[in-house]
Design a binder for this molecule. Sequence first.
Ligand code: GDP
Length: 240
Amino acid sequence: MTDDLPAAPTPFRKVEPGEGEEAKRALAWTHTARFLVTASQLSELPPSELPEIAFVGRSNAGKSTAINALAQQRRLAFASKTPGRTQHINLFELGPKDSPDALFADLPGYGYAAVERAAKQRWQQVMAEYLETRRNLETIVLLVDARLGITPIDRALLDFVAPRIGNGTVRLLVLLTKTDKLSRQQTATALADAGKTLESIATEAADVSLVPFSALRGQGVGDVAAFLRAVVRPLRSGVR
Ligand code: GDP
């Protein structure tokens, strides 16, 4: 599915093209995503033992579109766009209804200029607390608009989570989104630039991946679904 997209540079773990049966099974799994709960503060978030995959990014980075593409549902992630809910964490459950096996957490988009200062500060606090203390947090999926690259505000978030990523307790997957708006060469440059920034937080123990993504063209969707499914599978069978 990534055939006409350049590959991300080493030293990051490669997100293998999730084609064929593997991608199909993974997409069937992400398709099971259903809304569980919305929380405006951490105390409203139910504790869980299920591996949690958190989606973060600047407003407009393409986060809702990516979640909807992964789930193959048109409006799943748009609850977070409802006025009054933009500063909420929305949880989605995945897997069989009687034995869910993972959670997606859609975190509020950041960096939106029109948000008033007090709301921004409150968001930062909820977000920071979540990223620092959520016990079952397994993977952070950071969405970055390929045309903007990793901006200073994304960088601030990365620095903030660097300790948990650096010691290997939380994985990081960076999606360079909307690559359909770039040429192949521009995408390659965007990947190289993002790669350089990520190198600074990548330690021996860190599990960091970078992948080009276009919800519009369906590029990377199967790959990312397969990547996420592979990440939660060992947890499910209690290997880790
Ligand atoms: P969010 O604020 O991060 O949830 O961003 P959205 O998912 O709402 O996307 C922001 C804008 O980017 C919308 O106008 C989307 O239609 C557009 N968008 C999202 N993904 C893609 C993509 O893969 N390709 C293109 N061309 N546009 C996209």
